[in-house]
Every structure is written in C-alpha cells, then in structure tokens.
Design a protein around this ligand. Structure first.
Ligand code: TYD
Length: 139
C-alpha cells in the first residue's frame, strides 16, 4: 500500500508572539517559516452555527494556513490513508495544509473566527468536493 502524505502536507505552526505590557502581536508574512508561500487571498469564517461541519473538500494545489484568531474549532485532516484531528484554540498557532488533504472544520465555538491565508485566488477547478474522487486522486 502506498504511504500517505500527512506529515509532508500538514503541520502545526507556532507563531512568534511579540508581547509587551500592552498585549500581544503576531505577524504573518509571505515566504517565512510560518507562511511558506506567497499569500494571494485571505478569508475568514465566523458566526458558524452549532453542529455545523464546513470544508469537506480537498485541493489539488492550494496551500492554506488556518488560524483560529478568536475562539476555537477542530480541523479534521485526511490524506486518504490516515486521519487526524487538530484543535485550533490560539491566535499563536495554526495548521498548514499543502496540497491534496481532505479537510473538514467542526466543533466551532460560537465566538470562533477562523482566519485562512491561501496561496492562490479562489478557483473552483482546484477543489475536489467528492470524497471518492479525492481517494482516487491520492491513491
Ligand atoms: P465553501 O467552499 O462552501 O466554504 P467552506 O469550505 O468553508 O465550507 O464556500 C462558501 C461559499 O463561498 C461558496 O459559494 C464559495 C464561496 N467562496 C468564494 O467565493 N471565495 C472563496 O475564497 C471561498 C473560500 C469561498
């Protein structure tokens, strides 16, 4: 059986926090350890209703960094071989998803604001929205 790509295509990223007596500040910049791509799009998800599961797709090429800048949520990751669940509950930590990983966002707290930095503009042709199609792609 072919090996999965979970460890190559996903990783948690701890951001540098510049804190002083006034509070905290985190910077996310292009082509750094935290953001290893050029940011072409930023979007954020908030006001998610209880019990809602979002995402449920993979991308052929897109690289994304997801950060819960307020509140918390879980990100379910699946490389077609292995599944893992990561918790985003801090503005100082994110998860990087690079390439074909089936992902779902769930267990949103009512105050969650999920910020996503993406390596490309929105392109429906880069989406794999059917799970069986995703499995064909990665196997
Ligand atoms: P959708 O892919 O369903 O969001 P999620 O993956 O979080 O469940 O996107 C919701 C709608 O927003 C859908 O009509 C596509 C649109 N959309 C854009 O127009 N641009 C974007 O960058 C994104 C992420 C979504």
């Amino acid at each position: 059986m072919k090996q999965g790509q979970m460890s190559q295509r996903t990783r948690m990223v701890d951001f540098l926090v510049k804190g002083d007596e006034r509070g905290a500040l985190t910077v996310l910049e292009n082509a750094t350890d935290s953001v290893p791509f050029a940011i072409k799009r930023v979007y954020y998800i908030w006001g998610t209703q209880p019990g809602v599961v979002r995402g449920k797709h993979g991308h052929y090429k897109l690289c994304q960094l997801l950060v819960s800048v307020c509140g918390s949520c879980d990100i379910a990751l699946d490389d077609g071989f292995e599944k893992k669940l990561v918790r985003l509950d801090s503005p100082s930590r994110g998860v990087l998803i690079d390439g074909p990983i089936w992902h779902e966002m769930l267990n949103f707290s009512p105050d969650c604001v999920l910020l996503v930095l993406a390596s490309d503009v929105y392109n429906e042709a880069d989406y794999i929205r059917d799970y069986d199609r995703f499995l064909e792609e990665v196997h």
